[in-house]
Design a protein around this ligand. Structure first.
Ligand SMILES: Nc1nc2c(c(=O)[nH]1)N[C@H]1C(S)=C(S)[C@@H](COP(=O)(O)O)O[C@H]1N2
Ligand SMILES: [Mo]
Length: 435
């Protein structure tokens, strides 16, 4: 039996339910059911478990995995975001707050690595320099970007590379994101490729390097909080943008305003905020966040928790497929006798798109196809709806599982363990109690 924890790795308290059950039955939050587990869970869940026969000993019921988020107050943000860290500021959006077609700014997750720059009085005078392996280095103001290049708007997912990290066992280092280090907004700006072409890309250029105006937490001006880049082909894609607008509003300061990159489908860290300089290089960029095990996944599967072997890591590029149930919220109680449940959610993937979403209410014994809305453009998420039958009163888990454009599905548990916990995309599960 694994040891008990009454708080999770982010230090948040488990709900009373989780603590009560795990203490009584010896069930760890992510661990295994003991012999008395089912009896204790049934009691704690507050109802019978109609599909108990399918309850796996290797998974902890969704009700027990609930955590109470730390309260979070930030100007322009709803209070329901979950604070994962305050220095730097990091907050995720609980799945039930990702229920809008387009994620409103007030619900959009925040991920800082350093200290944001001071607000600027005139956003249009913010400057971006493009240099390195270009024919003609350029310095352009936001106003010039707006007037000199074609303006485009796409709705696209921005997702932190560490989204899903909390599902790794043993724990992986870093912010313990569940599924809410992601949002889907309308981004307005110009194509990064158009600007690079205007500077003239030299033949030897293979990689970008991104720099911004935020500062290192230590206060040392010689240190950068983050500087990542992408392969030139990715930078030249038509959806890779330099943006000043979010959901039709000026890009908020907390999201990188006046100017940021949006490199869709790849870890959010490539989408540099407060961007003021882009360099083209003839080598893979080596700024903070590019080396070691940062934003890298294991090539040859490693033993979970083992020491990383150098050379066994590749840069995480396209993000794995993920789906969430955005309605109802985890822990919802329905009136006794409720026999039908309407579900809503979203599914997305890095570069391969989403071809299907399935839901299950019987611990995965049977699956039902959800109805998928079309994406507006590449890199948009797909909203989905489904209705399921609940044959009896009692405790249910509703599971969702998406399949990407190449037929790859979300796994039951986070696989391909790596030291910093990238690529964790197990199925999302919610607990629902009828009666
Ligand atoms: N300059 C700068 N850009 C940055 C970061 C940062 O710390 N500094 N964080 C990155 C990471 S890790 C992510 S996931 C996204 C988060 O964007 P958001 O805060 O607008 O949601 O911004 C990226 N761009
Ligand atoms: Mo991130």
């Amino acid at each position: 039996m694994t040891t008990q924890r009454s708080t999770d790795r982010a230090g948040r308290d488990d709900t009373g339910l989780a603590v009560a059950v795990s203490r009584r039955s010896g069930v760890s939050r992510r661990g295994f059911l003991g012999g008395t587990g089912l009896v204790a869970i049934t009691a704690a869940a507050g109802g019978a478990i109609p599909f108990a026969a399918g309850l796996s000993g290797g998974l902890v019921p969704a009700a027990m995995a609930q955590t109470a988020p730390a309260p979070f107050e930030f100007p322009g943000k709803v209070t329901g975001l979950s604070l994962l860290g305050d220095r730097p500021l990091v907050a995720e959006t609980p799945e039930h707050l990702l229920d809008d077609e387009t994620t409103p700014i007030e619900k959009f997750f925040i991920r800082n690595n350093g200290t944001p720059p001071d607000p600027v009085a005139d956003p249009d005078s913010w400057q971006l320099t493009v240099e390195g392996l270009v024919d003609q280095p350029l310095t352009l103001t936001v106003g010039e970007l707006k007037s000199r290049f074609e303006n485009v708007t796409y709705r696209m997912v921005l997702e932190c590379g560490g989204n899903g990290r909390a599902f790794f066992d043993p724990p992986a280092r870093g912010n313990q994101w569940t599924n809410g280090g992601a949002g889907c907004a309308e981004w307005t700006g110009v194509r990064l490729g158009d600007v690079l072409k205007a500077a003239g890309v030299k033949p030897g250029a293979i990689y970008t390097a991104h720099y911004g105006a935020d500062t290192h937490l230590s206060g040392d001006p010689a240190r950068l909080p983050l500087s990542r880049g992408v392969r030139l082909e990715k930078a030249m894609e038509e959806h890779s943008l330099i943006v000043w607008g979010m959901n039709g509003q000026p890009l908020p300061e907390i999201h990188g305003g006046p100017l940021r990159l949006i490199i869709p489908g790849w870890p959010g860290s490539a989408s540099h905020k407060w961007v003021n300089r882009i360099e083209l290089r003839d080598v893979e960029h080596d700024g903070p966040g590019m080396t070691g095990t940062s934003y890298r996944v294991a090539i040859k599967p490693m033993i979970p928790g083992a020491e990383p072997e150098s050379g066994n890591f590749r840069i995480l590029e396209s993000m794995p497929v993920r789906s969430i149930i955005s309605s109802p919220a985890n822990g919802t109680t329905l009136p006794a006798g409720s026999r039908r449940l309407a579900l809503r959610g979203a599914a997305w993937n890095g570069e391969k798109g989403v071809q299907a979403v399935h839901v299950s209410v019987d611990f995965g014994a049977t699956w039902h196809a959800a109805m998928l809305a079309d994406p507006r453009n590449r890199y948009d998420w797909r909203r989905w709806t489904a209705e399921v039958d609940l044959p009896l009163d009692g405790y249910y888990e509703v599971w969702t599982r998406a399949t990407d454009g190449e037929g790859v599905m979300q796994p039951h548990v986070a696989g391909n363990w790596n030291p910093q916990g990238y690529g964790g995309n197990p199925m999302h599960r919610i607990a629902v109690l009828v009666g």
